[in-house]
Structure formats: C-alpha cells, structure tokens
Design a protein around this ligand. Structure first.
Ligand SMILES: Cc1cc2nc3c(=O)[nH]c(=O)nc-3n(C[C@H](O)[C@H](O)[C@H](O)COP(=O)(O)OP(=O)(O)OC[C@H]3O[C@@H](n4cnc5c(N)ncnc54)[C@H](O)[C@@H]3O)c2cc1C
Length: 385
C-alpha cells in the first residue's frame, strides 16, 4: 500500500516522491544505522547527523522554499518518519523538529521570526524541541507553572521542564509559559535560542525503559532573559489556542510512526518464524503462528488504512482533533498489542535486547503516553459525542 495513491499538488509526481523516499532510506540505512549501538550507548544521536540530514533535504521538507525548506506537503513528513523505522534507526527526533516545532513558527511567527529560525532549522544549525511538560504537570497543560514576566523590552522566564524530546541537543526550544491572565488565555509560547543563553541549563538525559538513543532531557530556566521577539504570535495569551490547533498533526505523526513500527515488527517476526524450528518443524508451520500472523497483519492493515485516510484528510486541511485523537489512541494501542504478540513468537530470544523486537517492544510503550495520553484522547473523543 502506498500513500502516493493520493494525487495532490502537481509540483511533483510519484517519481519525485520515490526519489525522496529512496534518498531518505539510503541515508538512514547507510550513514546512520551502522552507528545505532553507539547512539543507544550515548543516549543521543550525534549532532553531525542533523546537519547531514539538513544537507539531504530531510529537515523541514514541508517548509516553503523561501524559508529553506523543500516546499513539499505532509507526504514528505510521512516518508521521513516511515523510512527511519524501515532503516532501523532509533532516537533521531526528526519528526518533532520537522512536523511539530517548525509548523508552530510557520503558522504563528512573524515574517522576521520565520526568516530568522526556519532556514537554520532546515540546515540543522538549529535543532528544535518543544517544552510543555513539567515535573508537576503533563496532561493538564493549563497548570503549567513556568512563568514569563515582562522585563523591559523582553521577558524573564523561570521554571523547569521534563521529558523533553531532543532536550539534550536542541538549541531552539519552544517553551510553554504562564504569562498571567485567565484560564485558556494564561499561556504563551516562546521560541528560545539557547546557545550561550544565561539562565538556561540542561539537566539529565533521562534513563528510559525504551528508545534509549533519544536524548529526552530535563531543562531548567533560572531568570532566563529572552528578547521580546521570542514571543510567538501577536500578543501573549495565545499559547493554549496555538497548542490546540497544532495537535492534530502531532497526533497523526504518532499514528504514522505506530504503523511503520507495526510493519517493522511483522517483518522481523515473519523472518524469524521461518528460520526457527521446534518439534522438527518451523515455528511458522504451527497453525497458531499462522493465525497469529494473519490476525496481526489484519490489524496492521486496518491501522494503516485508517492512518492514511487521516493523512489524506490532513492534506486537504480537513483532519479534526477528534479523528486525529482516534488515530493516535487506537493505532498506538494496537501497536503495543502487535509488539507483544510478535515478541511472544520469538520465545526467549524476544526478551533479549540484542533482538530488535525486544527494543521495539520497549520503545513502543511510550507511544500510548506522549503526545497526550491515550486516556486524554478518549476524553477528547467522548466530549464530541
Ligand atoms: C519519552 C517521552 C518523550 C516526551 N517528549 C515530550 C516533549 O518533547 N515535550 C513535552 O512537553 N512533553 C514530552 N513528554 C511528556 C508527555 O507528553 C507526558 O508524559 C504526557 O502528556 C503525560 O503527562 P504526565 O506524565 O504528567 O502524566 P499525568 O498527566 O500525571 O497522567 C498520569 C495518568 O493519569 C491519566 N490522566 C490524567 N488526566 C486524566 C483525565 N482527565 N482523565 C483520565 N485520565 C487522566 C493519564 O492518562 C495517565 O495515565 C514526553 C514523555 C515521554 C515519556
């Protein structure tokens, strides 16, 4: 199945898209995958790969060309994510940089802000992150305590964030802060250039159950002074609304990654059960194995069909929060089910970290937690009923 069945803008055809897909895959597989072990050991992907990805056109592929991007549409973001999974590279936080951070700047930044940040995000000079979650609050974003107070011509930010993807590397961080005001109008987004910034400090790279190559980190802001033009949007108090508007794409990204992960697990499992023998037969020859794989392939196909339908809606500008929440919750629930059932077919080897299925099983668990937990997705869906 291919997302390329969706024919939209005519600036490129399927052949161009396939060239982009092959280039992405070859870069990940040939340049990055051989270093996977060291990424995991160091809990971070080497900084140089960001610049190399930029040179390959894999950073900001959907940003307009005048801001250094490729000027493509969401299909290219899907390819960037899908091929990363297919090439078996862990921990490279491209999708967050490309398909979450950059769109905030494109959609809410002034012309000067876009010119200032996006071209450097496209080259990898800036690596993006978004810092919403705090030690005391995650799901309930209205309770964010990090504060930003007016100070002369700029702002002073105080507080701390945790679980921040790309947090060990990022030098352009969108910070959610309280700027006073009532309820939904109390939050603002600040785009913070962190290089040599006084008052900015990184904490630990966190030790996680899975996805150990990703530099998920703590961040601290102690009287961190940022210029007036760090504020994203025309006035303070727009942060919560901006976050809500961007969430459908964030949730769709997670579903796209979930589907790619399912396909990868099935591929590994099918290979394994064809090789491994028990009771004089291949594991594949047991009817239980065949039925398991038939069911899992069906689930993966339904998940992909729904996710691609959401992607087509998104390409038409019609993906609503509720449908995106359904995709995020359902696909990631099923992703974890597939990981677990695939791992079972590996027997004891499935529990050994040297087998990719074990790492996938561990890494997939967070998909139900970040980007809004699956419970929060259900809260949003049920509100619409
Ligand atoms: C690996 C990783 C990467 C992350 N990356 C980022 C990042 O880049 N930027 C960022 O800002 N954050 C990031 N996060 C944080 C993530 O988004 C939060 O962990 C998540 O939103 C949940 O918040 P919490 O951990 O505070 O859990 P809590 O909000 O404390 O929730 C605890 C439990 O209560 C449930 N719950 C809460 N409210 C309700 C409700 N109303 N109804 C029913 N159940 C409810 C939750 O579903 C959950 O099961 C990341 C987290 C991880 C683990």
């Amino acid at each position: 199945m291919s997302v390329l069945n969706f024919k939209n803008p005519d600036w490129y055809d399927e052949e161009d898209i396939n060239i982009f897909r092959d280039a992405a895959y070859n870069f990940y597989k040939n340049e990055m995958a051989p270093h996977s072990e060291s990424f995991r050991k160091n809990k971070v992907v080497d900084r140089k790969f960001w610049n190399q990805a930029g040179a390959m056109g894999l950073l900001c592929p959907t940003m307009p060309e005048e801001y250094g991007g490729v000027g493509g549409d969401y299909r290219l973001e899907m390819i960037v994510m899908e091929e990363l999974e297919r090439a078996e590279v862990d921990g490279f936080g491209l999708s967050l940089h490309n398909a979450i951070v950059a769109p905030y700047i494109l959609h809410y930044g002034t012309e000067e802000q876009k010119q200032k940040w996006l071209p450097k995000m496209a080259t990898g000079e800036f690596v993006g992150a978004i810092a919403m979650t705090e030690p005391g609050t995650g799901s309930d974003l209205q309770s964010v305590k990090t504060s930003a107070k007016k100070d002369g011509n700029g702002w002073v930010i105080n507080g701390s964030k945790t679980f921040i993807t790309n947090g060990g590397t990022a030098n352009l961080i969108i910070v959610v802060a309280d700027t006073g005001g009532e309820g939904k109008h109390s939050k603002s987004l600040f785009v913070v250039e962190t290089d040599d910034l006084e008052g900015f400090r990184r904490g630990r790279i966190l030790d996680k159950v899975g996805g150990e190559a990703q530099d998920t980190a703590e961040l601290f802001f102690d009287d961190m002074k940022v210029p007036a033009d760090s504020l994203l949007g025309p006035e303070p108090g727009m942060g919560f609304i901006q976050l809500m508007q961007e969430l459908p794409q964030e949730r769709l990204n997670i579903a796209v990654q979930g589907v790619a992960n399912m396909e990868k697990a099935l591929r590994h499992t099918i290979e394994y059960v064809k090789e491994r023998k028990a009771f004089g037969r291949r594991i594949l020859d047991f009817q239980n194995t065949q039925f398991e794989l038939a069911e899992l392939k069906t689930i993966a196909t339904v998940a992909k069909t729904f996710t691609y339908d959401c992607a087509e809606k998104h390409l038409r500008g019609e993906l609503d929060t509720v449908t995106a929440s359904m995709a995020k919750y359902w696909v990631t629930d099923k992703e974890c089910e597939i990981m677990d059932r695939c791992l079972q077919l590996f027997g004891g080897y499935g529990f050994m970290n040297e087998y990719p299925i074990a790492r996938q099983w561990r890494a997939s668990r967070v998909q139900r937690i970040y980007g809004g937990t699956n419970e929060i997705m259900k809260v949003l869906i049920s509100r619409s009923l």
